[in-house]
Design a protein around this ligand. Structure first.
Ligand SMILES: Cc1cc2nc3c(=O)[nH]c(=O)nc-3n(C[C@H](O)[C@H](O)[C@H](O)COP(=O)(O)OP(=O)(O)OC[C@H]3O[C@@H](n4cnc5c(N)ncnc54)[C@H](O)[C@@H]3O)c2cc1C
Length: 377
């Protein structure tokens, strides 16, 4: 079996397939993790707005917690704090919290005084209140990615870096091989998990994936004392682009927001104005930020689909071609569940969680989009 892409999606899928006895090769155009998997903020939550996202994320968080023993994964279930500057946003949060309670996610609504108790550094004169999801959290993603990579490799999966798939080759209604920069690789089953580049790969066999690479420009500060930001990811939901901040386990602040940019802009492109756009609203909320020193800045892509859910499952008419891509900014947290879904789809003929059936490519042809509204950035 050939998996294209050694990010979290490809590696977790390979791991689950290997556990069930499949001989798996993973190829990557560059080094493992070089896509979004080593460029993300390491945050996770199940507080989304679609039953599909909430169900899959809840399951994925359960898996991440189990991976602490299995892979030595490090994580903190310290919550998310969604700040509402406006009363009407707080009312929306109240309705959302009720929705989460149906899934046993104990989201709570805080008034401005309670926000001050949880986050003493917040300028609560600007704040109507907040929603807190205590089941969300964050992890040191670079460290964890290395642990995942080593565990998958140790399980017997062969991982070939710098092996770019140029096109897929078809015969008799099946994909039979992948032509790579280092020769042709034959396999029985193919899983494309190459982020936004999955689009170009499956285009070679006539399939159109509606995925757009949207640039993201986070930055990281010098380390400060821990505990300055206590509630995991803090999100300024009422400012366009939803600026957000978290403090890492080493004390650095990571800050980001959605900025208008050219889709597919070069991974080496720089946005000097990103810092002002991100810092200005967050400094209103957290005045101490005017004194922080920025250490470095990086760029990565959200591989966005029109409804902000991944595209999972078989790619018809080929009976042995599958995809897991288009995670729209949420693929790291979905990693473990993605692995299990893809292995069940490939080996059992159906995903082990039913709602994943709503996320196949067919939904775009049938007009059955599953819209997710709570995309940060
Ligand atoms: C700034 C930023 C912050 C984010 N924050 C979060 C977060 O807090 N939480 C969260 O859950 N998600 C977050 N994300 C999203 C998350 O990182 C991605 O959804 C996830 O990493 C996708 O993993 P993947 O394995 O599907 O794709 P990728 O990690 O992009 O891996 C795809 C791999 O495919 C390889 N590839 C591409 N083309 C080819 C080819 N032709 N042949 C062979 N290999 C190929 C690439 O080299 C790459 O290694 C963030 C993303 C960014 C950019």
């Amino acid at each position: 079996m050939l998996v294209v892409g050694a990010g979290v999606s490809g590696l977790f899928a390979a791991y689950e397939l290997r556990k069930r006895g499949v001989d798996v090769v993973v190829v990557d155009a560059s080094y493992p993790g070089s896509g979004a998997s080593m460029r993300n903020l390491g945050c996770f939550r199940s507080s989304f707005t679609s039953p599909e996202h909430v169900t899959l994320m809840k399951e994925s968080i359960k898996e991440w917690l189990g991976l602490r023993d299995e892979m030595g994964i490090e994580l903190e279930q310290c919550g998310y704090l969604w700040i509402a500057r406006r009363d009407e946003t707080l009312s929306t949060f109240r309705r959302l919290a009720e929705f989460y309670h149906q899934f046993s996610i104990p989201a709570e609504i805080l008034d401005a005084d309670e926000v001050k108790d949880v986050e003493p550094m917040v300028n609560t004169r600007l704040v109507a209140g907040a929603m807190r999801d205590p089941t969300a959290g964050m992890m040191p993603m670079l460290k964890n990615f290395v642990k995942i990579y080593l565990k998958v490799k140790g399980s017997g999966v062969r991982i070939l870096p710098y092996t770019k798939v140029l096109k897929l080759l078809v015969s008799g209604g099946r994909v039979v091989a992948a032509e790579t920069g280092r020769g042709v690789i034959e396999a029985d089953v193919f899983l494309v998990a190459a982020g936004g580049d999955s689009r170009e790969i499956v285009k070679t066999v006539g399939i159109d994936l509606p995925i757009v690479d949207v640039p993201r420009h986070p930055f990281v500060t010098e380390p400060y004392s821990r505990g300055v930001i206590r509630s995991g990811l803090l999100i300024d939901w009422d400012t366009p682009g939803s600026p957000h901040i978290r403090q890492t386990e080493d004390g650095n602040f990571i800050l980001a927001r959605d900025l208008e940019d050219v889709a597919g802009a070069s991974i080496y492109s720089q946005r000097a104005d990103a810092i002002t756009h991100i810092l200005k609203p967050l400094t209103e909320l957290l005045p101490f930020l005017s004194k922080v020193n920025i250490l470095r800045y990086w760029m990565g892509y959200y591989d966005m689909t029109p409804d902000h859910h991944p595209i999972y499952g078989p790619l018809h008419p080929y009976e042995n071609l599958y995809v897991a891509a288009g995670f729209s900014g949420h693929g790291m947290m979905l990693g473990p569940v993605t692995g299990k879904l893809m292995s069940s789809w490939i080996l059992d003929g159906r995903p082990y969680i039913d709602v994943a059936n709503n996320l196949t490519l067919e939904r775009f042809k049938l007009g059955k989009l599953v819209r997710e509204l709570a995309v940060i950035g």
